[in-house]
Design a protein around this ligand. Structure first.
Ligand SMILES: Cc1cc2nc3c(=O)[nH]c(=O)nc-3n(C[C@H](O)[C@H](O)[C@H](O)COP(=O)(O)OP(=O)(O)OC[C@H]3O[C@@H](n4cnc5c(N)ncnc54)[C@H](O)[C@@H]3O)c2cc1C
Length: 447
C-alpha cells in the first residue's frame, strides 16, 4: 500500500486511459485514507451496484471502489406494493454489504466534493480517492422541504403519507385502512421524479381498496399533477385517462402542491398556467410526491452538470460530454428518459461496453441506448398496465400481447418476478433489460 504522495504522476496515467495494475488504500493521519483505484463508482443503488458488479468481476479484487453511505439497499419499486399493504418495508431491503460486489472495495461514506479535472473526489469523512475512470450513480434526493408544511405533516399527521421514502411509506397503508371518507388527494410535483407512474399507482390501489371495503362512495378521489398530461406516452395516457373516468377519479392538470396545512386539513396548489393563482383543497387523506433533484454535491459541481443540475452525458452512451473518463447511469443523469430501475437496466449493457472500450483505449462500439424505460402501472391488487417505451415515447413492449390493457399476468411479474430479477440478476451484473426477450417474442422483428 502506498500513500498518494505524487498524485500528478498518477493523473498523467489517467488521462491516457491506462488502467493501473494495483489499487492503493493508504491511511494518513487519524482515519483519513488516500485511495487510488481504476474505477470509482459513486453510489451503490440500482445503477452503481449493478455496474460495480460487472466491472469488479472483470477488473479483479479491489480495482473497483464504491462510495455509498447507506447500510440498507432498498428495491424502491416495491414501495408501491408496501403502500398498498401487499409487501412490507422489510421485504424491500437488504443489507448493503450483502448486495455490493465482494470483489469491490466499499467506502462507507459519501462523496462531498467532485474534482473531475484532477480525477479525484473527497469524501465527507475526509478520504481522498483518485480514479482512472468514474461512474456517477448518485440518484435523486427527495426535497420534501420544498413544500411548506409537508415535513411537519408527514411527521405528525397520520392522514399524510408518501410512498417515496422509507421513512413514510409505512404510513400509507395505515392511512388507507383508517380512511373513513372525504377528499383523498394524490399529487405529482413540478420537477422530474423517479418513476413518474408511482404517484398515480398508489391512487388506483387506494381506490380498489375502498371499493373492496365498502367505503368507495364516501371518498372523493382527486389527482393533482403539475404536468399537462396524465402520462408521457400517448398510448398509456389514453388508457389511464379512461381508467380515471371509469373509477370516478378527478384529474386536475398543471397544479403543483406548494403547502400543506395539517391543522386546517388543507393542501394548497399553485396554478402553473396562472402566475400567482392558487387553489386550496381540504383533505382527509393526502399522498404527496416530493419535488426531487440531484444531490447537492453533484448539482454544485459546475464542471459535471447541465443547467438543471443533472450529470451532463451523451444520451446514446451515457459518457460525460466533457470528461471522457466519466460515465453516468440512472436517475442523476440528464439522459431524457423516464427515471426508473428498468431504464438503469437498459443503460447497463451500453455503459458497460462503452466504458470498457474507453478503458482499453479502443474505439467506441456502435451499440447505443435507445431510452428504453418501463413503468409497471399497478392499477389495483391484481392488475397492471406494463408501459415500456423509448426516448421518442414509442411503445417498446416485450410481451407478445397488448400491454396497454390491465392484466393479472403483468401484475404477477411486477409483484413476484421483477424483485427476483433485481436482487439476483441485475445487482449481480447479469440483467441488461428485456431486449433479447422482446426480439424472441416478436420473432426477431421490431426493435
Ligand atoms: C415509490 C417508487 C416506485 C418506483 N417504482 C418503480 C418501478 O415500478 N419500476 C422501476 O423500474 N423503477 C421504479 N422506481 C424508480 C427506481 O427505484 C429508480 O429509478 C432507481 O433506483 C434509480 O437507480 P439509481 O442508481 O439511479 O439511484 P438509486 O437507486 O436511488 O441509488 C442512488 C444511490 O446513491 C447514493 N448516494 C447519494 N448521494 C451520494 C454521495 N454523495 N456519495 C455516495 N453515494 C451517494 C444513495 O445513497 C443511493 O444508494 C420507483 C421508485 C420509487 C421511489
Amino acid at each position: 500500500m502506498r500513500c498518494l504522495d505524487r498524485p500528478v504522476l498518477r493523473i498523467i496515467k489517467v488521462n491516457k486511459f491506462k488502467v493501473s495494475s494495483e489499487a492503493n488504500f493508504a491511511t494518513s493521519g487519524q482515519s483519513r485514507q488516500d485511495i487510488k483505484c481504476d474505477l470509482l463508482v459513486v453510489g451503490g443503488g440500482a445503477g452503481g451496484c449493478s455496474m460495480a458488479a460487472k466491472f469488479a468481476s472483470k477488473l479483479g479484487k479491489n480495482k473497483v471502489v464504491i462510495v455509498e453511505p447507506k447500510d440498507v439497499h432498498y428495491y424502491q419499486p416495491m414501495w408501491t406494493l408496501v403502500g398498498g399493504g401487499m409487501k412490507t418495508l422489510a421485504d424491500s431491503g437488504r443489507a448493503m454489504a450483502s448486495v455490493l460486489p465482494s470483489d469491490a472495495h466499499w467506502v462507507k461514506d459519501q462523496v462531498a466534493e467532485f474534482s473531475p479535472k484532477t480525477n479525484s473526489v473527497r469524501t465527507k469523512g475526509g478520504d481522498s480517492i483518485q480514479y482512472n475512470f468514474m461512474l456517477v450513480a448518485v440518484g435523486l434526493k427527495l426535497d420534501f422541504h420544498k413544500i411548506k408544511g409537508l415535513e411537519d405533516a408527514l411527521a405528525k399527521d397520520p392522514r399524510v403519507c408518501s410512498n417515496y421514502s422509507p421513512l413514510y411509506v409505512d404510513k400509507t397503508f395505515k392511512a388507507l385502512q383508517n380512511f373513513q371518507g372525504g377528499p383523498a388527494l394524490f399529487t405529482f410535483p413540478n420537477t422530474p421524479i423517479k418513476c413518474a407512474g408511482a404517484p398515480q399507482k398508489v391512487m388506483y390501489i387506494f381506490e380498489e381498496y375502498l371499493r373492496k371495503h365498502g367505503k368507495r362512495d364516501a371518498a372523493d378521489i382527486k389527482y393533482y399533477t403539475s404536468l399537462g398530461v396524465i402520462f408521457g406516452v400517448k398510448k398509456y395516457a389514453a388508457v389511464l385517462l379512461e381508467l380515471c373516468k371509469k373509477r370516478g377519479i378527478e384529474v386536475t392538470f398543471r397544479h403543483n402542491l406548494i403547502e400543506v396545512n395539517s391543522s386546517a386539513s388543507e393542501a394548497t396548489f399553485e396554478n402553473l398556467d396562472k402566475p400567482g393563482g392558487t387553489l386550496t383543497q381540504k383533505y382527509s387523506f393526502l399522498h404527496a410526491t416530493p419535488a426531487m433533484s440531484t444531490p447537492e454535491v453533484l448539482s454544485k459541481c459546475a464542471d459535471l452538470v447541465d443547467k438543471a443540475g443533472y450529470l451532463e452525458v451523451s444520451k446514446t452512451n451515457l459518457q460525460h460530454v466533457r470528461f471522457p473518463n466519466i460515465f453516468g447511469i440512472g436517475d442523476c443523469t440528464n439522459a431524457p428518459t423516464s427515471k426508473t430501475a428498468a431504464a438503469v437496466a437498459g443503460q447497463c449493457g451500453v455503459v458497460k461496453k462503452h466504458l470498457a472500450a474507453v478503458m482499453a483505449g479502443k474505439p467506441l462500439p456502435s451499440v447505443a441506448y435507445d431510452g428504453y424505460t418501463s413503468c409497471p402501472l399497478v392499477t389495483g391488487y391484481s392488475s397492471c398496465i406494463l408501459a415500456e417505451f423509448d426516448y421518442d415515447g414509442q411503445p417498446l413492449e416485450t410481451l407478445p400481447f397488448d400491454q396497454g390493457k390491465e392484466r393479472w399476468s403483468t401484475f404477477f411479474m411486477k409483484k413476484t418476478i421483477m424483485p427476483q430479477l433485481y436482487w439476483h440478476a441485475m445487482l449481480n451484473g447479469y440483467w441488461e433489460g428485456p431486449k433479447l426477450f422482446r426480439k424472441a417474442f416478436h420473432l426477431g422483428m421490431g426493435k
